[in-house]
Design a binder for this molecule. Sequence first.
Ligand SMILES: Cc1ncc(C[n+]2csc(CCOP(=O)(O)OP(=O)(O)O)c2C)c(N)n1
Length: 630
Amino acid sequence: MIKRPNEIATIVSAQAAQARAAILQMTTLAGSGHPGGSMSSLDLLLCLYNTIDHDPQNPDKPDRDRIVISHGHISPAVYSSLALNGYFTIEEAISQYRIYGTRFEGHVERDLPGIEWSTGNLGQGLSAGAGFAIANRIKGIDSYTYVMMGDGEQQKGQISEARRFAAKYKLNKLIAIIDYNQLQICGTIHEVMPQNMRKNWESDGWQVLEVSGHDIMQILKTLDTARKADQPTLILAHTVMGRGVSFMENKAQYHGAPLKREQCEAALAELGQPSELDKYAALREAVRQNPPQLELPDFAPKYELKAGKAILYTSASDCRSGWGNAISDLAKINKGSANPIVVVDCDLSGSVKTADFAHNNPEHFLQVGIMEHHAAVMGGAISTTGIQCFWADFGVFGIDEVYNMQRLNLINKANLKTIITHVGIDVGADGKTHQCVDYISLVRNIFGYRVICPADANQTDRIIRWLIDKPGNYLVAMGRSKLPIIQGGKGEIFFDENYVFEYGKADTLREGKKATVFVCGTPLGRVLSAVDELAAEGYTMQVINVSCPLEIEADLVAKAAKRGTIFTVEDHSIQGGLGTTIAEAIVSGGYKAKLVKIGVDTFPRSAESEELYMAYGMDSQSLKKRFREG
Ligand SMILES: Cc1ncc(C[n+]2csc(CCOP(=O)(O)OP(=O)(O)O)c2C)c(N)n1
């Protein structure tokens, strides 16, 4: 039954008193947390959770309205609001907040029902919200997405990226709300970094509504106005940090400091709420002794997408075209699928080969401009909705520029497929700012992230087709140049129509006795030229292509160690790339072998890529010489 605004207001007011008591008790008992912003955001949150279309019994229902909490530090307010709206009990929230093994983490986490996106690194929530909003539109779902933000948080540049995206795509079902309490950690937002919030949002194309963030009836009315808008709306909500407790109000110190026990008792008395500190202290101790056995959701979507037929390349081609042609073909054969294929581009469609996809699938192509931070987070959010989302960019922008956004995608159990081109010194004359030589080492740091480096256009085609129904986050890294078609020992196309890519499986291209070379991606053709010349001279080497450089099968290394010197060759830094994977495998397997790592050992320079390969000892003649030297 639909409730009237005054009925909702009565419920919200009653919940607000209880929730404020919960916020104070959980932060005091934890001895940490963020009560100030929690108290100022609370009335807004309760108005949202009491009016949106959601179902605590079925929190993942696909057509739900979503609330993204961008300032994840206000978790005490969010946990209290979710509890009072049926997601779990308020006892659970207070007795588990910030305790190891529970889902009530310091900052909001997607593992907890009702939380749409894990945040805490400020400035990313609006991008996630825009991702959910555009995903809804693509999937024909008529729901709202709300994004709660801090006012200090507005200093982050990524928010302006997300604003522009929302305005460009007319995301009128996206509603942002700023908790305008005018305080942040180091003082007032005006002292720390002045800005004109209203004008910023308006000039980017948003409707801005101002409201008192503690006047329930006004908030409810303003939300209704925002829901009817034909453009994205910001609600600038004037609030009071620490609202409800006289000695906390308007004090920046309570941004991130809990009350002492006696202060908490006094605050609870002022709120007219009973103190249950003793009860909860005991419950928290019990949780600590016996943490709940949680089965965390894995969220992995099941994609019903066909991989189609391989495209066979018979003459030198760039991997970029291999990717671009494959994704166009995949979109064509999967048209109308329950799992749309979306491609995100950052003003590089000609170079990263998304132009054909864009031309044929305009409704599934998102041109984001030079806004990579937004693209990474938005793509991550989209990829949690059953859409198979690919983001194509240069290496330096798709991973180096947005390392933390990618890290948060992994934390959020997203499924973003990032296709990076122009990696390594293969970029050539653009110089060191554009030569991404850490795409493996960065991914290595992020738990669960996977990197794949194709060696030619044929292997690229098979990798993209293999990926099409895979959940999880992958980085596919390729260079810029045309590469020779990789051939097996008999001159046959190695990655032919029958080649099946398997993540983590290396390919042996040449058998040999004297030494072993493990190669990753782009340099494979050069390595094979060198090795074939050496073989003609009677010096044979085993050549193993490792397209997944974070994985290596132990027996390949064991056998290589017996054979003699082990070489690694990669268009990547010799720190943290394939050489590191092999070094670790040698040591942890207890093998004894000399390892020679060939790759980049400093920021490279501007030159044609051939010249650079010579400079770094990766042209076929230099390789031949080094292999011979052992
Ligand atoms: C990217 C990033 N930089 C810095 C921080 C550290 N930090 C956490 S909260 C905060 C201040 C946020 O102020 P505001 O958005 O006004 O939140 P409120 O003080 O109202 O709770 C800062 C700097 C962070 N979490 N993320």
